[in-house]
Design a protein around this ligand. Structure first.
Ligand code: APR
Length: 237
């Protein structure tokens, strides 16, 4: 078996690294509302509040305690040792996949460590705080920078490339996502109808889309993903 593998990851893969998910009882949306910090309207209404929300998460991500975990590392092993193509599509805006060594990677919801200028559209690596007075390194305009993340109501990045990969993959692996936010939640149907692929879900618990998968494995990603990668690599040997 060397058919391409597409892996979708969500906040659950970063939970054991110390980053909160969104919809668990202790998740981000239990503490702050989406309408307050994760929509274009929120940013227009109160840009400083939105900047602070992402400043806090950027600071936590770089705080030193947050490191890639065994699940991130197993996906890097899959990319390096599997004889066919492996594409990781993540909904996460953290950089844990990169820090683990993943290379063939798409951040469909953008990246916490990047900032975009609404005036000149340049995108910049960003590791410090930003606010409504911060100037764009590209055009120098102050107050027009926004987090380079996809908010609710905005189109995710690289959808053409993702759909093309789903149409030709032999195995679709979904890890640590609740399957509640589209278009990512619909990827399993695309993979199965367009690509006739075998779909495996690994999540702490069953999700709304578990019934669409050929297999569901409940448990923490740090345990489930290394075992799945061992199996996929053995199957390809
Ligand atoms: N291992 C595996 N899965 C886990 C773990 C763990 N250690 N801990 C939690 N989970 C599971 C939860 O059971 C849940 O189903 O991870 C899933 C996380 O779901 P969400 O919090 O909804 O996160 P996600 O699916 O990534 O959200 C999708 O929604 O808010 C937007 O843009 C945001 O990218 C995000 C998108």
């Amino acid at each position: 078996m060397t058919e391409p593998i597409v892996v979708l990851t969500g906040a659950g893969i970063s939970r054991e690294s110390g980053l909160a998910t969104f919809r668990d009882a202790d998740g981000i949306w239990a503490k702050v509302s989406i309408e307050e910090v994760a929509t274009p309207e929120a940013f227009r209404a109160n840009p400083q509040r939105v900047h602070q929300f992402y400043n806090d998460r950027r600071e936590q991500l770089q705080g030193g305690e947050v490191q890639p975990n065994a699940a991130h590392e197993a996906l890097v092993r899959l990319e390096r040792e599997y004889p066919g193509e492996v594409l990781v599509v993540t909904q996460n805006i953290d950089d844990l996949h990169e820090r683990a060594g993943q290379e063939n990677l798409i951040h469909m919801h953008g990246e916490l460590l990047k900032m975009r200028c609404e005036r000149c559209s340049t995108v910049h690596d960003w590791r410090t705080d930003a606010d409504t007075t911060t100037a764009c390194p590209g055009c120098g305009t102050a107050g027009r920078l926004r987090p380079h993340v996809v908010w609710f109501g905005e189109m995710p990045f690289e959808m053409d490339r993702i759909q093309e990969a789903l149409a030709r993959c032999g195995t679709f692996l979904s890890i640590g996502t609740s399957g509640t936010v589209y278009p990512a939640a619909g990827f399993v149907q695309l993979a199965k109808t367009m690509g006739d692929s075998y779909a495996i879900e690994a999540n702490l618990e069953p999700t709304d889309t578990s019934g669409l998968f050929d297999e569901h494995h409940s448990g923490p990603a740090g345990e489930q993903v290394p075992a799945l990668v061992d199996r996929l690599l053995k199957g390809a040997a």
